[in-house]
Ligand binder design. Structure first.
Ligand SMILES: [Zn+2]
Length: 198
Protein backbone atom coordinates (compact mmCIF):
# COMPACT_ATOMS: atom_id res chain seq x y z
CA UNK A 1 0.00 0.00 0.00
CA UNK A 2 2.63 2.46 1.15
CA UNK A 3 5.95 2.13 2.85
CA UNK A 4 4.77 4.13 5.89
CA UNK A 5 1.60 2.07 6.28
CA UNK A 6 3.49 -1.22 5.92
CA UNK A 7 5.96 -0.13 8.58
CA UNK A 8 3.17 0.86 10.96
CA UNK A 9 1.26 -2.39 10.47
CA UNK A 10 4.46 -4.36 11.13
CA UNK A 11 5.04 -2.35 14.32
CA UNK A 12 1.49 -3.12 15.54
CA UNK A 13 1.87 -6.87 14.89
CA UNK A 14 4.79 -6.93 17.36
CA UNK A 15 2.35 -6.13 20.18
CA UNK A 16 0.97 -9.03 22.22
CA UNK A 17 -2.38 -10.31 21.02
CA UNK A 18 -2.38 -8.33 17.75
CA UNK A 19 -2.36 -10.36 14.53
CA UNK A 20 -1.83 -8.99 10.99
CA UNK A 21 -5.56 -8.46 10.35
CA UNK A 22 -6.16 -6.54 13.56
CA UNK A 23 -3.01 -4.47 12.95
CA UNK A 24 -4.23 -3.58 9.47
CA UNK A 25 -7.68 -2.61 10.79
CA UNK A 26 -6.21 -0.41 13.55
CA UNK A 27 -3.77 1.35 11.24
CA UNK A 28 -6.38 2.07 8.58
CA UNK A 29 -8.80 3.31 11.23
CA UNK A 30 -6.23 5.68 12.72
CA UNK A 31 -5.06 7.06 9.38
CA UNK A 32 -8.38 7.25 7.61
CA UNK A 33 -11.04 7.84 10.25
CA UNK A 34 -9.45 9.09 13.44
CA UNK A 35 -6.32 11.11 12.80
CA UNK A 36 -6.87 13.09 16.02
CA UNK A 37 -6.59 9.90 18.13
CA UNK A 38 -3.59 8.88 16.04
CA UNK A 39 -1.83 12.16 16.90
CA UNK A 40 -2.70 11.76 20.60
CA UNK A 41 -1.44 8.16 20.59
CA UNK A 42 1.78 9.26 18.96
CA UNK A 43 2.49 12.10 21.40
CA UNK A 44 1.41 10.09 24.49
CA UNK A 45 3.71 7.23 23.47
CA UNK A 46 6.63 9.59 22.82
CA UNK A 47 6.10 11.31 26.20
CA UNK A 48 5.83 7.97 28.05
CA UNK A 49 8.99 6.65 26.40
CA UNK A 50 10.79 9.82 27.43
CA UNK A 51 9.58 9.94 31.05
CA UNK A 52 8.70 6.46 32.30
CA UNK A 53 11.44 4.61 34.11
CA UNK A 54 11.85 2.21 37.03
CA UNK A 55 11.19 3.46 40.57
CA UNK A 56 14.46 3.72 42.49
CA UNK A 57 12.98 1.85 45.44
CA UNK A 58 10.59 -0.79 44.12
CA UNK A 59 11.44 -0.96 40.37
CA UNK A 60 7.80 -0.43 39.31
CA UNK A 61 7.27 1.80 36.28
CA UNK A 62 6.85 5.46 37.17
CA UNK A 63 7.29 9.04 35.91
CA UNK A 64 9.61 10.40 38.61
CA UNK A 65 12.56 8.88 40.48
CA UNK A 66 10.22 7.36 43.12
CA UNK A 67 6.71 5.99 42.46
CA UNK A 68 3.53 7.20 44.20
CA UNK A 69 3.26 4.12 46.41
CA UNK A 70 6.86 4.35 47.66
CA UNK A 71 6.44 8.10 48.27
CA UNK A 72 3.21 7.64 50.28
CA UNK A 73 3.92 7.55 54.06
CA UNK A 74 0.59 5.73 54.63
CA UNK A 75 2.00 2.74 52.72
CA UNK A 76 4.76 2.28 55.31
CA UNK A 77 2.93 -0.33 57.37
CA UNK A 78 5.67 -2.94 57.60
CA UNK A 79 4.35 -5.07 54.72
CA UNK A 80 6.44 -5.65 51.60
CA UNK A 81 4.97 -7.60 48.71
CA UNK A 82 7.13 -9.18 46.01
CA UNK A 83 5.48 -9.41 42.57
CA UNK A 84 6.76 -10.27 39.10
CA UNK A 85 5.47 -7.37 37.00
CA UNK A 86 3.86 -3.90 37.03
CA UNK A 87 0.62 -5.61 35.90
CA UNK A 88 0.71 -7.64 39.14
CA UNK A 89 0.98 -4.39 41.15
CA UNK A 90 -2.17 -3.15 39.39
CA UNK A 91 -3.95 -6.44 40.12
CA UNK A 92 -3.01 -6.24 43.81
CA UNK A 93 -4.05 -2.57 43.99
CA UNK A 94 -7.37 -3.33 42.29
CA UNK A 95 -8.06 -6.06 44.85
CA UNK A 96 -8.01 -3.28 47.44
CA UNK A 97 -6.80 -5.54 50.24
CA UNK A 98 -3.11 -4.64 50.38
CA UNK A 99 -1.90 -1.37 51.86
CA UNK A 100 1.86 -1.90 51.95
CA UNK A 101 4.79 -1.49 49.56
CA UNK A 102 6.08 -3.58 46.66
CA UNK A 103 9.23 -4.97 45.16
CA UNK A 104 8.77 -5.64 41.44
CA UNK A 105 11.06 -8.37 40.10
CA UNK A 106 10.37 -7.60 36.41
CA UNK A 107 10.44 -11.33 35.68
CA UNK A 108 11.43 -14.52 37.45
CA UNK A 109 14.53 -16.68 37.65
CA UNK A 110 15.07 -18.40 34.33
CA UNK A 111 18.52 -19.93 33.74
CA UNK A 112 17.60 -20.88 30.16
CA UNK A 113 16.92 -17.23 29.32
CA UNK A 114 19.93 -16.04 31.31
CA UNK A 115 17.80 -14.35 34.01
CA UNK A 116 19.64 -14.52 37.35
CA UNK A 117 19.13 -13.00 40.83
CA UNK A 118 20.92 -9.77 39.87
CA UNK A 119 18.37 -9.16 37.08
CA UNK A 120 15.53 -9.29 39.61
CA UNK A 121 17.04 -6.67 41.93
CA UNK A 122 17.31 -9.15 44.77
CA UNK A 123 20.42 -7.50 46.24
CA UNK A 124 18.43 -4.24 46.40
CA UNK A 125 15.56 -6.15 48.04
CA UNK A 126 17.89 -7.49 50.74
CA UNK A 127 19.34 -4.00 51.34
CA UNK A 128 15.82 -2.60 51.56
CA UNK A 129 14.79 -5.16 54.16
CA UNK A 130 17.97 -4.67 56.19
CA UNK A 131 17.56 -0.90 56.12
CA UNK A 132 13.80 -0.76 56.65
CA UNK A 133 11.24 -1.60 59.27
CA UNK A 134 9.41 -4.52 57.68
CA UNK A 135 7.54 -7.17 59.65
CA UNK A 136 6.33 -9.32 56.76
CA UNK A 137 7.43 -10.18 53.23
CA UNK A 138 4.60 -11.49 51.05
CA UNK A 139 5.65 -13.54 48.02
CA UNK A 140 2.86 -12.94 45.50
CA UNK A 141 4.38 -14.76 42.55
CA UNK A 142 2.69 -16.67 39.76
CA UNK A 143 1.88 -20.35 40.08
CA UNK A 144 4.36 -22.08 37.77
CA UNK A 145 7.65 -23.97 38.10
CA UNK A 146 9.99 -21.00 37.50
CA UNK A 147 8.02 -18.67 39.80
CA UNK A 148 8.02 -21.36 42.49
CA UNK A 149 11.82 -21.65 42.14
CA UNK A 150 12.11 -17.86 42.41
CA UNK A 151 9.96 -17.77 45.57
CA UNK A 152 12.06 -20.58 47.05
CA UNK A 153 15.31 -18.69 46.25
CA UNK A 154 14.03 -15.47 47.85
CA UNK A 155 12.95 -17.43 50.92
CA UNK A 156 16.43 -19.00 51.16
CA UNK A 157 18.32 -15.68 51.10
CA UNK A 158 15.96 -13.99 53.58
CA UNK A 159 14.89 -16.76 55.95
CA UNK A 160 17.36 -15.70 58.69
CA UNK A 161 16.04 -12.13 58.80
CA UNK A 162 13.62 -11.10 61.54
CA UNK A 163 10.51 -10.92 59.40
CA UNK A 164 7.73 -13.30 58.52
CA UNK A 165 7.83 -14.63 54.95
CA UNK A 166 4.45 -15.65 53.56
CA UNK A 167 3.03 -16.77 50.22
CA UNK A 168 -0.39 -16.15 48.76
CA UNK A 169 -2.78 -18.98 49.46
CA UNK A 170 -3.44 -20.72 46.18
CA UNK A 171 -6.76 -22.32 45.78
CA UNK A 172 -10.05 -22.42 44.04
CA UNK A 173 -11.11 -19.28 42.20
CA UNK A 174 -13.96 -17.46 43.93
CA UNK A 175 -17.20 -18.68 42.39
CA UNK A 176 -15.39 -21.56 40.69
CA UNK A 177 -16.79 -25.06 40.56
CA UNK A 178 -14.62 -27.96 41.56
CA UNK A 179 -15.22 -29.99 38.41
CA UNK A 180 -13.94 -27.20 36.14
CA UNK A 181 -10.76 -26.49 38.11
CA UNK A 182 -7.55 -27.79 36.53
CA UNK A 183 -5.50 -30.43 38.32
CA UNK A 184 -2.64 -28.09 39.33
CA UNK A 185 -4.98 -25.61 40.98
CA UNK A 186 -6.85 -28.36 42.77
CA UNK A 187 -3.58 -29.85 43.98
CA UNK A 188 -2.45 -26.46 45.40
CA UNK A 189 -5.86 -26.01 47.00
CA UNK A 190 -5.62 -29.43 48.63
CA UNK A 191 -2.01 -29.01 49.80
CA UNK A 192 -2.80 -25.56 51.19
CA UNK A 193 -5.91 -26.73 53.02
CA UNK A 194 -6.61 -25.16 56.38
CA UNK A 195 -8.24 -26.46 59.51
CA UNK A 196 -11.89 -25.44 59.75
CA UNK A 197 -12.27 -23.10 62.75
CA UNK A 198 -14.06 -24.77 65.71
ZN1 LIG B 1 8.26 2.49 44.03
Amino acid sequence: MSESIDRLIKAFTRLPGIGPKTAQRLVLHLLQKDRRSAAELSSALAAALERVRNCERCRDLTDGPVCRICADPRRRNGLLCVVESPADVLAMENSGVFGGQYHVLMGHLSPIDGVGPEDLGLDALVRRIDGGDYSELILALNANVESDATAHYIHEILKDRRLAITRLAQGLPVGGELEYVDGGTLRHALLGRQRVPQ
